[in-house]
Design a binder for this molecule. Structure first.
Ligand SMILES: Nc1ncnc2c1ncn2[C@@H]1O[C@H](COP(=O)(O)OP(=O)(O)O)[C@@H](O)[C@H]1O
Ligand SMILES: Cc1ncc(COP(=O)(O)OP(=O)(O)O)c(N)n1
Length: 282
């Protein structure tokens, strides 16, 4: 038997199961990749104290990473919530030392329910220590804006310019997600030379919790399985679009995407792909 690709998520726990480590591991499983995890924090609001972010110690983070490397070995890593400068320092050091083929950095900053997932003062560490090592980064509009010193991004044109400028932070590829702009859900991929737009029809649903985690985890799984960056994004866009299409909620709170959707209902058929000419990418 050919063994599955070995992927790790270094991220926070979302106890409700829609985002963070939980979404990542569900995605890895759906895509037949062997999932491992390093928990950086637990994000869950205590009913009395109201405390929402419960950090893991650096020792616990290092121990989890060492265990996975020793017991299994890791080919692809997805980075999610890191929260503090100290954790970024630690995780970037661990990743640098390990022999990892693919690093997907989802620069998670604020959850859709307004949880603060990265301290403001840690943004510079993310930019300097983590992003330059990345095979691909996957910011959404608010994250891209914060990485670009608060720049407004309100149109596809500005999304394209953001992709070009974020590439200059030193990563190999940038995928800026435009799901929060009006109209269809358009994401821009830029590799320093070629620009590609991936467009899905907008789903009229509130149940998109964890969509970003799911997307970046799917990209990690496909890269580690041997697909190119372009093919990985294309396949992951179909996976997340289907997951959003069949998103649901058990309560009146914004619900999860449905990770099994593509397996059950097949690939998303209405995704359009546009290759942007050289001159237009600038
Ligand atoms: N309502 C929606 N319908 C279809 N696709 C969506 C919708 N909302 C987000 N997406 C897409 O889901 C993926 C994950 O997006 P996400 O990380 O949540 O960031 P954002 O929604 O801010 O772009 C992206 O491809 C985005 O374009
Ligand atoms: C623990 C944890 N990590 C990341 C997120 C952000 O998830 P994301 O997929 O970007 O989208 P929303 O959950 O904000 O819809 C999170 N919420 N929790």
């Amino acid at each position: 038997m050919k063994l599955p690709a070995r992927v790790m998520t270094i991220a926070g726990s979302a106890a409700g199961g829609s985002a963070g480590i939980q979404a990542d591991l569900k995605t890895f499983q759906e895509l037949d990749a062997y999932g491992m995890s390093v928990l950086t924090a637990i994000v869950s609001r205590h009913p009395q104290t109201k405390k929402n972010v419960h950090l893991q110690t650096i020792e616990a983070i290092e121990a989890q990473f060492a265990t996975a490397i020793e017991q299994v070995g890791v080919e692809g890593v997805k980075i999610g919530m890191l929260f503090s400068e100290e954790i970024i320092e630690s995780v970037s050091g661990l990743v640098k030392q390990a022999d990892i083929n693919y690093l997907v950095v989802d620069p998670v900053m604020v959850g859709k329910m307004n949880s603060k997932l990265l301290e403001d003062k840690a943004i510079h560490a993310l930019k300097e220590k983590m992003i330059p090592m990345a095979t691909i980064i996957t910011p959404n509009v608010p994250e891209a804006s914060l990485l670009l010193d608060g720049r407004r991004i309100t149109s596809v044109g500005e999304l394209k310019q953001a992709a070009v400028d974020l590439y200059n932070l030193g990563c190999q590829n940038v995928l800026v997600k435009g799901g929060r702009l009006d109209g269809p859900a358009i994401d821009v991929l830029f590799d320093g030379k070629n620009m590609t737009l991936f467009e899905a029809p907008r789903m009229e649903t509130a149940n998109t919790s964890g969509a970003g985690c799911t997307y970046s985890a799917a990209i990690t799984a496909f890269l580690t399985k041997g697909f190119s960056v372009y093919e990985s994004v294309k396949k992951a866009k179909s996976f997340v679009t289907r997951a959003i299409e069949y998103g649901f909620s058990y309560t009146d709170i914004v619900g999860p995407t449905y990770h099994a959707a593509e397996r059950k209902y097949g690939e998303a058929s209405k995704i359009k792909i546009y290759h942007v000419n050289q001159g237009e990418a600038k």
